[in-house]
Design a protein around this ligand. Structure first.
Ligand SMILES: Cc1cc2nc3c(=O)[nH]c(=O)nc-3n(C[C@H](O)[C@H](O)[C@H](O)COP(=O)(O)OP(=O)(O)OC[C@H]3O[C@@H](n4cnc5c(N)ncnc54)[C@H](O)[C@@H]3O)c2cc1C
Length: 467
């Protein structure tokens, strides 16, 4: 299907996971597609300053610190103090690999990447300010412009010791101490990373608990393990002011506390990249955080303009952005409604703290509020042979299931490989009624020894609670 009235059937703004998912799905459906990207290379914030660099840095820190902590290497006299630059170098290589691999997707599917800043001129016309200023028209437009750290006006982000989640990736010197303001996913992940490097960490939470959307038992476990590792956590705090001085940063809190550290990481909120997009020319108004409202099919208030990924807010995950991009493209190319086959709602959460956390489905809190008669089956990693062999015994997996139908309602896990093994539970949860029960874990032979064995142990534990 090609609409000759326009230059392209579809124009996608942004080449992060949201834009890539939409562009590839539309191209596979036979539509003529182009993408616009203002950064020097494709991949989005996900590849250049979000998911990929932070996860690569985390892996680099944990593998180096684990190796340096090995009693065998210590006995051999191996000591080292890697610099931030050295720890970052593997991230740079991975970014390069990701960019060149993803570029082949656009090349193979004949999707041109138009370089420059996109903005709406009118309903179907996009202006691209860049190397070759041009105007392009398209029938459908997908906004996948992502987000950036929110900057309150009274915080001086030009100060060399005050960072946000983008600039922290470029930090040159390992600070002796750091204060992280904001204990959401990004704040907690960086708190774990810095602590693993031996840096003193203050984690300032504006809420009563860490990551309140998680299951309470997992939240408690995360707080316990972080404190056990030496992270100082302060809950229910509110910023008064941040004062950058020559030898550090002083955080003044409304409670009267003052914390001085070598550096400060601001991790409190993100802002959609909608400014400069000319949305006023198409009658769209973002909210005060620059985010756009969409319906179930990712259509904005203007039917032919879709929005996906971080620019529409929660859950603000690369994984979700990609699925949303595909769903939007399926809607306008094949008229496929979201609910039919793309799982938008049961998006798992993967949080790369130490220990790692992952969950899918309902929490105990939600099931209790909804008066669902559920039971819990749990497995402690310290009892699993695989965890004992690898020495990674901190963690647990729990399955929440309906006590009458035995349907799996939620899986919550923390510890080694949590973000991988969660998908086993997710796959069973998504089976049709009668096949989505804990019986699968009881009746199926799992490889041994594995971390996935936790499902069998947890299911049996839950079974034994039924009467
Ligand atoms: C530190 C950190 C760690 C994270 N870790 C994880 C994780 O472990 N797992 C996970 O699932 N998610 C993680 N995320 C979130 C994830 O990175 C985002 O959810 C994801 O990148 C959103 O994808 P997107 O396509 O919406 O936007 P982005 O990936 O941000 O891409 C948007 C693109 O649009 C371009 N653009 C913006 N405006 C314009 C314009 N006007 N014209 C042209 N181009 C434009 C930008 O240059 C950018 O390339 C993390 C984020 C951060 C910051």
């Amino acid at each position: 299907m090609s609409n000759s009235t326009y230059d392209y059937d579809v124009l996608v703004i942004g080449t992060g996971p949201g834009g890539e998912g939409a562009a590839m799905q539309a191209a596979k459906a036979g539509l003529s597609v182009a993408v616009v990207e203002r950064h020097t290379s494709i991949g989005g914030g996900c590849t250049h300053w979000g998911t990929i660099p932070s996860k690569a840095l985390r892996y680099s820190i944990s593998s180096v610190m684990n190796a340096l902590g090995s009693p065998v290497l210590r006995a051999c006299g191996v000591h080292a103090n890697p610099t931030m630059k050295q720890l970052r170098s593997s991230a740079q290589q991975i970014i390069g690999k990701q960019v060149s691999m993803r570029q082949t997707f656009y090349d193979r599917n004949n999707v041109p990447v138009l370089v420059g800043q996109a903005s709406f001129v009118d309903d179907h016309t996009i202006r691209i300010d860049g190397q070759s200023d041009q105007k392009v028209t398209a029938n459908k437009i997908v906004i996948a412009v992502g987000s950036r750290p929110y900057h309150p006006p009274d915080v001086d982000f030009e100060h060399p010791r005050i960072f946000d989640s983008d600039t922290i990736l470029g930090i040159d010197e390992k600070p002796f101490s750091i204060t992280i303001y904001g204990a959401g996913v990004i704040g907690c992940e960086y708190a774990s990373m810095f602590r693993n490097l031996g840096i003193k960490v203050n984690l300032i939470n504006t809420r009563a608990k860490l990551l309140e959307f998680l299951d309470d038992e997992i939240i408690d476990a995360l707080a316990y393990h972080m404190r056990d590792q030496g992270v100082v956590i302060r809950h229910n705090e509110t910023l008064d002011k941040i004062e950058g001085v020559d030898d550090g940063v002083i955080l003044h809190l409304k409670s009267g506390k003052q914390l001085k550290s070598d550096a400060l990481l601001w991790a409190n909120g993100r802002q959609g990249n909608t400014d400069g997009l000319g949305l006023e020319n198409v009658g769209l108004t973002p909210d005060k955080r620059g985010q756009l409202e969409v319906d179930e099919q990712f259509q904005t208030a203007r039917d032919h303009i879709y929005a996906v990924g971080d620019v529409i807010g929660f859950p603000s995950l690369a994984s979700a952005a990609y699925t949303q991009g595909r769903a939007a493209a399926r809607h306008f190319s094949d008229s496929v409604e979201v609910e039919s086959n793309l799982r938008i709602r049961d998006i798992p959460t993967g949080i790369y703290t130490s220990p790692e956390i992952s969950s899918v489905g309902k929490t105990e809190r939600e099931l209790t509020e909804e008066c669902v008669p559920y039971e819990v089956g749990s497995s402690q990693f310290k009892s699993l042979a695989r965890a004992q062999i690898t020495g990674r015994t901190a963690g647990m997996l729990k399955i929440l299931f309906h006590r009458e139908t035995r349907e799996v309602l939620g899986v919550h896990c923390f510890g080694a490989e949590a973000s991988e093994i969660i998908h086993i539970g997710q796959a069973i949860m998504n089976q049709p009624a009668g096949h989505n029960t804990i019986d699968y874990f009881v009746d199926t032979t799992f490889n041994y020894p594995t971390m996935a064995e936790a499902y069998r142990v947890a299911a049996l534990n839950g079974y034994n609670r039924l009467f």
